[in-house]
Design a protein around this ligand. Structure first.
Ligand code: BT5
Length: 269
C-alpha cells in the first residue's frame, strides 16, 4: 500500500497492488482504489470526488463513523467489515446495479464460505435468517448520469458488537463460521465477480442476472407486509424480478407490483 495523499481532507492511500491486478487483467472496475483507515462514509467521499474520478474508482474504509443505509438510516461500520463505494459512470442499465452488487456478494460468499446466502428483498443479503450485507445505490449529478454503488459486508465483526448495539437481526461471516478472513481478499474476489456481472450488463445480456436474482431470492411464495411509500400492504409474493419488482397477491385478491425504490421495508408475516 503506497501513495498516501489527502483526498478532500481525508488521509487516503492507494491500494496499488490491487489496482495493478485489476488493470493488468483488463477489468473496468478497480483500476483506482482508495483506502482509508477511518472515514465518515465512503458514499460521501465517493460523491465528493465523482466529477473528476474515472469510472470504476473504488473507495474502501476500515471503519466508517457515519455509515449510511437506505432512507437515511444509520449503517453500523466498525472495524471488521468491507465498507465499499464504487463510482459508476457508464452503466447501460442502471436498474441492474443493485442486483449485481448483491449477486457479487452472494458469489463471493459461496467462494469463501460453506454458507447459503439469500437475497432478501430488495437487495439485502441474509444468512440463516440474519442480515450480513446491505446495498445502497445513489444516483448523482442532476441527471443521474453517474451512480455511487455502495455495499457494506459484515466480515469479521463479533457477536458482542451486534448485541451491544441492539442489532438482533445482524450477523457476520465470523459469527456464522468462527473463521476470520482477510478483508482485502474478500474485496478482491467481490470486485472480480462484480466486473463479470457488470460486463454482462454492458453487453446487454443480463439473462443470467435475472435468473440468479430469482434463484437466490428469499421471498418467493412468502406472506409479507410491505411499507410502500408510507402505506402498508399485506399479501403473498407471486414473483420477484429485477424489471417488474415484487408481485404481490393482496388480501383482497388484487395482484399488484411493488418497485424497490419505494419499498421502505418488507417483513414476513
Ligand atoms: C442498507 O440499508 O442495508 C444499505 C447499507 C449500505 C452500507 C454501505 S457501507 C459502504 C457504503 N458507505 C455508506 O455510508 N453506506 C454504504 P438499509 O436497508 O436501510 O438497512 C439499514 C438497517 O440495517 C438499519 O436501520 C439497521 O436496522 C440495520 N443495520 C445497520 N447496520 C448494520 C450492519 N452492519 N449489519 C446488519 N444490519 C445493520
Amino acid at each position: 500500500m503506497i501513495g498516501d495523499r489527502k483526498l478532500n481532507g481525508n488521509s487516503m492511500s492507494r491500494l496499488v497492488e490491487l489496482e495493478n491486478y485489476f488493470s493488468s487483467n483488463a477489468y473496468k472496475i478497480g483500476k483506482v482504489i482508495y483506502y482509508c483507515d477511518e472515514i465518515s462514509s465512503t458514499q460521501k467521499i465517493a460523491k465528493e470526488i465523482s466529477l473528476t474520478a474515472e469510472n470504476g474508482t473504488s473507495i474502501i474504509a476500515k471503519k466508517q463513523t457515519e455509515g449510511k443505509g437506505r432512507f437515511g438510516r444509520f449503517w453500523h461500520s466498525p472495524e471488521g467489515g468491507l465498507w465499499l463505494s464504487i463510482i459508476i459512470k457508464d452503466i447501460k442499465q442502471p436498474l441492474y446495479l443493485n442486483p449485481i452488487l448483491s449477486l457479487s456478494c452472494i458469489h463471493m460468499i459461496e467462494q469463501f464460505y460453506q454458507l447459503k446466502p439469500r437475497i432478501y428483498w430488495p437487495n439485502d443479503i441474509y444468512i440463516n435468517g440474519k442480515k450480513v450485507a446491505g446495498v445502497l445505490t445513489e444516483g448523482i449529478h442532476f441527471d443521474n448520469s453517474a451512480y455511487i454503488a455502495g455495499i457494506g459486508v459484515n466480515v469479521n465483526i463479533d457477536e458482542k458488537y451486534f448485541i451491544e448495539n441492539k442489532l438482533k437481526e445482524a450477523t457476520s461471516f465470523y459469527i456464522e463460521t468462527g473463521r476470520k478472513e482477510n478483508i482485502l481478499n474478500i474485496f478482491q474476489d467481490f470486485l472480480i465477480k462484480f466486473n463479470f456481472l457488470y460486463e454482462l450488463v454492458q453487453m446487454d445480456s443480463p439473462l443470467y442476472i435475472d435468473e440468479a436474482f430469482k434463484k437466490y431470492n428469499d421471498l418467493l411464495s412468502q406472506f409479507v407486509k410491505v411499507n410502500y411509500g408510507g402505506t402498508q400492504f399485506e399479501g403473498q409474493v407471486l414473483d420477484v424480478s429485477i424489471k417488474d419488482g415484487i408481485l404481490l397477491k393482496l388480501q383482497n385478491n388484487i395482484v399488484k407490483n411493488f418497485f424497490p425504490e419505494n419499498i421502505e421495508y418488507i417483513r414476513r408475516v
